[in-house]
Design a protein around this ligand. Sequence first.
Ligand code: PLP
Length: 423
Amino acid sequence: MTLNNIDINEIIKTNSPSRTKWFVPGSIVSKRTINPIREVVCNMKTSPNPDKEQISLALGDPTAFGNFKIPESCNEAVIKQLKSYKANGYINAVGCDEARLALVQKFSTKEAPLATKDVFLASGASDALNIAIGALCDEGQNILLPRPGFSLYTTLSKSKGIECRYYDLLPNRNWEIDLKQLISLIDDKTACILINNPSNPCGSNFSSQHLESILAVAEAYKLVIITDEIYEDMVFGDTKFYPLASLTKVVPILKISGLAKRFLVPGWRVGWIFVYDQNEILSEIRKSLFSLSNMILGANSLLQYSLPDIILNTPEEFFQETNKKLEFNAKLSVEALSSIPGLHVIIPQGAMYVMVGINIDELKDIKNDVEFSEKLLQEESVMVLPGECFHYPNYVRIVFTSPPEKLREAYDRIKEFFVRHHV
Ligand SMILES: Cc1ncc(COP(=O)(O)O)c(C=O)c1O
């Protein structure tokens, strides 16, 4: 074989290959990239009862049943950009100016001011989290994560060789953080604290006093906070959502949010990071966010150009309506599930989730939350996620975005299931 008149076989002979057999292992990074939800669910026996229609209360996707929809005006905003042929090219990897400016216009406040340089667009909140964690934490350092918590935090951190340390959320205190235990986890290698408010999987919403206590800890130990606020403003009744950054002028914050939940379009993959840093502590981190954003040459251009219309022109009533529907479903869920002996329900204040404790001792033939979820699916075709997915055994997480009639049907089946399995 020759190439440019060079005999390749001759060259190979003189540079004898060290590998004599094919051997192609997966990379170390890929092997330590594990999603606990996949781990738990893939090992579960997941065949539903063929005689009953399956109802999934497992998926945190509000579009799954067609009852939660983005307003038509947002679809039109995307169509307008699609037809303009101006939104098809590469853009600034940290986000196009139009999108960054719209986010500043919408979210900058007196207490927590933002400029365009503080806004980094990403491919969903997941990517925003990936960039934020990557910018702040080094391999060998540790990150403080909530337990129970959204499993992607663990996946992203472990993938980067960062040690995950879990601080406890207290079910009997509306899932507030056990701050004493959190402090006990901090050492010289702690890179940052990550909080999630309102919470997946807890459906909790922290009071301003509690957020101030968290900030006091961060200030004392000089720790940056990543605050995942993807469910911001999705709260019920008299509960008020407080953006963490509005409560401090001292602690530097990276806020994560996006379109997925409030605008009901998780598949559009639009997320962002806001940098709140009134004392210019994060100058290096801004450079890191810039470098990491450039790894994939930035997020979707079409959606970013549509963002000004989506963010600035969506009527407030749309969000109120969504929250009302979620609150109705939350109440329905609490009422139905609380009436089942053997379950204890922690009343949700926001997001789209409720965590339900199972008194395992009261069940005669079920040993834990994983087996509970398996048998519930096999017998009643109702799918819930075991707490194990969130590092919190003997609870299950229920997503209450299904239409009310489906929820009622699912809860009736859970009731029947308990009648059979309760001691
Ligand atoms: C707490 C939390 N953060 C981030 C995400 C990821 O959001 P996105 O779909 O925008 O990547 C989710 C998705 O369920 C979530 O529950």
